[in-house]
Design a protein around this ligand. Structure first.
Ligand code: 3AM
Length: 179
């Protein structure tokens, strides 16, 4: 049987922002609200690929290499809770067009290469807590962070010894705005 890996394209969070987010999360949520996503696992999913053969992953990496999308900044100024699938998330009130176009491009390439894509509309978010299936009191004040997206990455999701770990396999630069 050919090798396959569980992959997704995502934006990473810089370490400084990861630290700010987890500090704020520790101050604003209770242990019973849900399982905190590990700092290094914080990301914004652009396109979920599912279990992908190495051959298909190679094709998608080639496509990613040819993508020429502009860099953008995203305000992380929204917060929400989806009781199903049990996620508390950080999002944005105004998604930049460049983000929506990048996600749409990656999703359409993924679909064309046989990676099933959800029919739900793309809702850019960073998952903060999982297993949050019960009501959660969200903090009244929404944080105001900024994520400067200068590249996008391919991640592998691995489940090992009861833990999910995301490993960045490769990153591709987004085009800097002209001066
Ligand atoms: O952290 P988020 O929620 O943005 O929810 C999974 C996670 O994204 C999502 O892919 C990311 C890495 O695991 N995911 C997992 N299974 C999925 C599926 N079948 C999925 N997204 C869409 N369809």
């Amino acid at each position: 049987m050919p090798e396959s890996r569980r992959l997704f394209f995502a934006l990473s969070l810089p370490t400084a922002l990861q630290k700010q987010v987890i500090r704020w999360r520790a101050d604003n949520f209770e242990p019973e609200d849900g399982r905190p996503v590990a700092a290094a696992n914080l990301h914004l999913t652009l396109a979920f690929l599912g279990d992908v053969s190495d051959q298909k992953a190679g094709v998608l990496r080639e496509i990613a290499t040819r993508i020429q999308s502009p860099a953008f900044s995203l305000r992380l100024d929204d917060l929400g809770h989806w009781p199903r699938p049990g996620v508390v998330w950080l999002g944005t009130r105004r998604a930049p067009l460049a983000l929506l176009q990048l996600a749409s491009l990656l999703r359409s390439h993924a679909a064309r290469n046989g990676c099933h894509q959800s029919t739900l509309p793309f809702h850019p978010h960073v998952s903060l807590l999982r297993g949050a299936t019960r009501p959660v009191a969200l903090p009244a004040a929404t944080p105001q962070w900024q994520l400067d997206a200068t590249d996008f990455s391919l991640y592998e999701s691995r489940f090992h010894q009861g833990r999910t770990r995301y490993q960045c396999l490769q990153s591709w630069p987004l085009l800097a705005a002209p001066p």
